[in-house]
Design a binder for this molecule. Structure first.
Ligand SMILES: Nc1ncnc2c1ncn2[C@@H]1O[C@H](COP(=O)(O)OP(=O)(O)OP(=O)(O)O)[C@@H](O)[C@H]1O
Ligand SMILES: [Mg+2]
Length: 377
């Protein structure tokens, strides 16, 4: 029997829960072509939410096309243009021959090289000469708008892992260029999101950056216990197994409402439950998850400086006044400056998160491991 939980992949249909408000909000933005930025820590469900909203919005609005661009492996401006052009061409065509036709029609200065594989629907590949692209980026950056105008469509371009553009050569110049083009578009809009929260914040909330106030900025939250408990119960019962309410709550509590970990811990608990899942099983499943991740966590700690580790120790121990002389002495913290440096570095590494002055861990299992295994508080 296949386990009824999904993690590490986009959650769809019965694997997707809650997010009703957010979905409605996003569907509205897509249909009204409002530029949108989604910010959340890693694995809280950005990609799944965008996928769901895109499906609903396109079903409701036959003129709307949502094109998804994933910058996951994109490290240079050249790769950006290629991936962007391909996604727009594919996402706005309903058939592969239409995609080929569009590729020929919508470029005048650029000459696309088109190759078609054995399975044309998935293997239409479009490439350009880099020199030509560098000299004529407008043709690519304006492509969504031009296709939308010519075909009477509305185009929403969703760009995942958008923070990668901050690492291109001359990122500010590139960002200015993008913004200058995109803000003129009437029939095309952009939904930008990514998994490096601190970099996304820098790109979108720093008033000196080109993308400042580009669109509707929306912060995704974790999923509430009130939604997760019935979700887990239903997933268990879809396979003929049961789970007690206490065990569900334990999963949610140990995973700290983190959507990815809730699904992973549910899966491990399901695998250990012949028929019905109890709190005891969940606790064992959690221990095995911590063990499974411990090597990864040890490697992560090895990348930290002594001062960063001391600072983590103080937070894990629940210290509030970290810069007091007594606390600094107790945890071998060298100075108040070291504290702010550590906090900054750990936020940049996406280990800690600071919201409304409150510092928290992004990964609840890492926090648990630090507390019980590394520092043994
Ligand atoms: N609405 C949801 N209902 C149930 N599970 C969810 C939901 N959203 C996300 N998840 C769980 O979290 C996992 C990660 O989701 P997703 O890939 O959408 O997050 P992300 O924020 O895009 O992650 P990353 O930061 O790595 O890009 C999914 O595989 C799934 O297990
Ligand atoms: Mg994602």
């Amino acid at each position: 029997m296949e386990a009824p939980f999904v993690f590490g992949k986009i959650a769809t249909d019965e694997n997707f829960t809650d997010r009703e408000q957010e979905t409605k909000h996003l569907v509205g933005n897509f249909r009204s072509l409002i530029n949108t930025i989604i910010i959340s820590p890693r694995r809280w469900g950005k990609s799944s939410l965008v996928h769901r909203a895109a499906t609903i919005a396109q079903n409701e609005d036959k003129y709307l096309r949502v094109c998804t661009v994933d910058l996951f492996n994109v490290k240079t401006e050249e790769q950006f243009y290629t991936v962007f052009a391909r996604s727009i061409i594919r996402g706005t065509a309903s058939r592969w021959d239409e995609a080929v036709e569009n590729a020929k029609m919508f470029f005048s200065r650029l000459i696309p090289r088109i190759s078609i594989g054995a399975d044309p629907m998935n293997e239409v590949s479009i490439d350009f000469d880099w020199e030509e692209m560098r000299n004529n980026p407008d043709e690519i950056l304006d492509l969504p708008e031009r296709i939308a105008e010519a075909k009477g469509l509305k185009v929403m371009v969703c760009i995942d892992e958008f923070q990668n553009i901050a690492e291109f050569d001359d990122p500010l110049f590139f960002q200015r260029k993008l913004r200058a083009h995109w803000q003129k578009h009437q029939k095309a809009s952009y939904c930008l999101y990514g998994s490096k929260r601190h970099m996304m914040l820098e790109v979108f909330t720093d008033s000196s950056m080109p993308f400042y106030k580009f669109g509707d900025l929306f912060f995704l939250n974790k999923i509430d216990t009130a939604h997760l408990v019935p979700f887990i119960t239903e997933r268990f019962s879809s396979t003929g197994k049961t789970i007690s309410e206490g065990a569900c709550r334990k999963i949610v509590e140990l995973a700290d409402n983190h959507p990815y970990y809730v699904q992973q811990l549910s899966q491990l608990s399901w695998l250990r439950s012949p028929e019905s899942c109890t709190e005891e099983i969940v606790v064992k499943a959690h221990a095995s998850l911590v063990e499974q991740l411990s090597l990864l966590f040890s490697n992560l700690v090895e990348t930290l400086t002594f001062q960063q580790i001391c600072y983590l120790h103080a937070i894990i121990s629940g210290e509030k006044a970290i810069t007091s002389a007594e606390t600094m002495h107790k945890y071998h913290i060298s100075s108040a400056t070291a504290v702010s440096r550590s906090l900054k570095a750990l936020t940049q590494k996406d280990i800690l998160d600071r919201r409304a002055g409150v510092v928290s861990f992004q990964d609840p299992i890492f926090e648990y491991w630090l507390r019980h295994f590394y520092f043994q508080v």
